[in-house]
Design a protein around this ligand. Structure first.
Ligand SMILES: [Zn+2]
Length: 499
């Protein structure tokens, strides 16, 4: 007799084997219910409930994903107790993974296609075809909080595309779906076959956009917004700063979503009401100022006064000294970039450990420079900027002595990243490698081999037998280091030159 499904015992073993395999690679897992299939009736759930609305997907254990473990003994017990149980993998910080869940029932295929057309293919990473015919694409957890997102109501805001993040979970191969199909790793994209890729930038951007504070004026009509900024501008303007203030107002209107023709109308009113000096401020000047502001893309709402009408900053009080490092007077991207480098990429002795080379960032670690993705730098920049504050100012632009947290938006993070190479970082892609970044002539960089415990000058070693190591230094630019320690007691034969 031929059966549509392999014998139950084999499948049960496969589930246990898969569960143990995931646990062996460090993923905590837990059992969930499984569908019960019948030729004569629609699939039901092993929980036995008539109208179970989560067939084969809800936890077998009391605390669900919180019970997840890598303990082989517990896992064996679970599958002895519930031999048919599906295997679930918690997503989020606990396993260091984020899953993009494409749900065909809700149009996930179309949403995903649109994103791919806009931003390019998803990176090559762990990926499964789900029992429902959609997909699970796995990414490396970025380190910051990643809440779940479900459909258009979630922070991803895309129909049929969910994010399984902190506190979520997914069923994994060879779990069975209510459709009867099994979850299966895509060709060449099983956990053992490919590394996790970082979250694509468009997903990171949506994740962070959800954190950006809502503009204070968001629920006001364009006209109310216009009146508000006009009032602010008129209060600030003086004969010598009419043009500056007009530009500042135009930028606020633009960044707060006021349409350009409305902004022009407001600017004309500004021109009529602004204090007149020896020469009038004309409609024409006001309107062309608006037009030039609207030529630049909106940067998101901000309310800082413009340069030139800012009062001098009073020195910080002594009791604020400790926080001083995190109060930044001028939050321009380049200043923020310099602050970020000082905080995250400088040794005690002042050497820079972050470099730009071949269009990529490289950070010094374990004796050599390692490539860092833009997404990783963005995450670092975000975390750093999130700690910064700027001096609070009153309407006249004078500091009040208080500080306000910096508003960190995805666009700001990006601007800071783009400013990093301008802050004295290595940008010369034609530079030879290995290379002394501090211009050292000797020892010759080409003769240096990096071991885990330091740098060995191989010419010295082969000529004089000198075995002392130089400390690993970020001044030595090399993209590879040996992962072994150098032990002088073990003779090493080193071939130098072309041989
Ligand atoms: Zn159920």
């Amino acid at each position: 007799m031929i059966t549509a499904q392999p014998a139950t015992g084999v499948i049960d073993d496969l589930r246990l084997m898969a569960a143990l395999n995931y646990a062996a690679r460090g993923w905590k897992i837990f059992p969930v219910h499984n569908p019960v299939l019948s030729a004569s009736r629609p699939a039901s759930c092993s929980c036995g409930k008539e109208n179970c609305n989560s067939i084969g997907k809800h936890p077998r254990t009391k605390n669900g994903f919180q019970d997840a473990t890598t303990d082989a003994e517990i896992i064996r017990e679970w599958w002895e107790r519930w031999p048919g149980a599906n295997v679930a993998i918690p997503t989020g910080k606990v396993n260091g993974i984020i899953v993009l869940d494409e749900d065909l029932k809700h149009g996930g295929d179309q949403s995903l296609q649109e994103q791919i057309e806009k931003h390019g293919d998803l990176p090559f990473t762990i990926r499964a075809i789900t029992g429902g015919g959609g997909s699970h694409t796995f990414f490396k957890h970025p380190g910051e909080a990643v809440p779940n997102s479900v459909g258009e109501d979630g922070w991803l805001k895309l129909a049929g595309l969910d994010i399984r993040g902190d506190g979520g979970y997914v069923c994994a191969s060879p779990s069975q779906h209510a459709s009867g199909r099994r979850y299966a790793w895509d060709d060449g994209q099983a956990p053992d076959e490919v590394e996790l890729a970082p979250l694509p930038a468009w997903i990171m951007n949506r994740l962070r956009a959800r954190l950006a504070p809502k503009p204070a004026l968001t629920d006001q009509s364009p006209d109310q917004k216009g009146r508000y900024w006009l009032g602010q501008a008129l209060a600030k303007a003086a004969p010598g700063s009419r043009n500056n203030v007009c530009l500042w107002m135009a930028c606020q209107l633009r960044d707060n979503g006021v349409r350009e023709d409305d902004a022009e109308r407001i600017a004309r009113e500004y021109a009529a009401r602004v204090p007149q000096g020896s020469a009038p401020f004309t409609d024409h000047e006001a309107v062309s100022t608006v037009q030039s502001a609207y030529k630049t893309r909106a940067r998101g709402p901000a309310s800082r006064p413009p340069h030139g009408i800012r009062a001098h900053h009073t020195p910080l009080q002594p009791d604020q000294a400790e926080d001083q490092a995190y109060i930044i007077e001028d939050p321009a991207p380049l200043r923020l970039a310099e602050h970020y480098i000082d905080a995250t990429a400088r040794t005690n002795t002042g050497e820079i450990t972050l470099r730009r080379y071949r269009q990529s960032f490289w950070r010094f670690s374990a004796g050599a420079y390692r490539q860092v993705s833009d997404e990783t730098e963005d995450a670092g920049i975000y975390q750093h900027l999130d700690k910064l504050s700027t001096p609070k100012r009153n309407k006249e632009g004078s500091p009040t002595g208080d500080t306000v947290p910096l508003t960190v938006k995805a666009a700001v993070v990006r601007e800071v990243r783009l400013a990093l190479p301008s802050s004295g970082l290595l940008v010369d892609s034609s530079m030879p490698m290995p290379h002394w970044l501090d211009g050292r002539k000797s020892p010759n960089a080409a003769d240096i081999v990096a071991f885990r415990n330091g740098l060995l000058d191989t010419s010295d070693y082969t000529q004089t037998g000198k075995t002392s190591l130089m400390p690993a230094t970020p001044a030595w630019f090399k993209l590879r280091a040996l992962s072994i320690r150098f032990r002088p007691s073990r003779r090493v034969s080193i071939v130098v030159g072309d041989g």
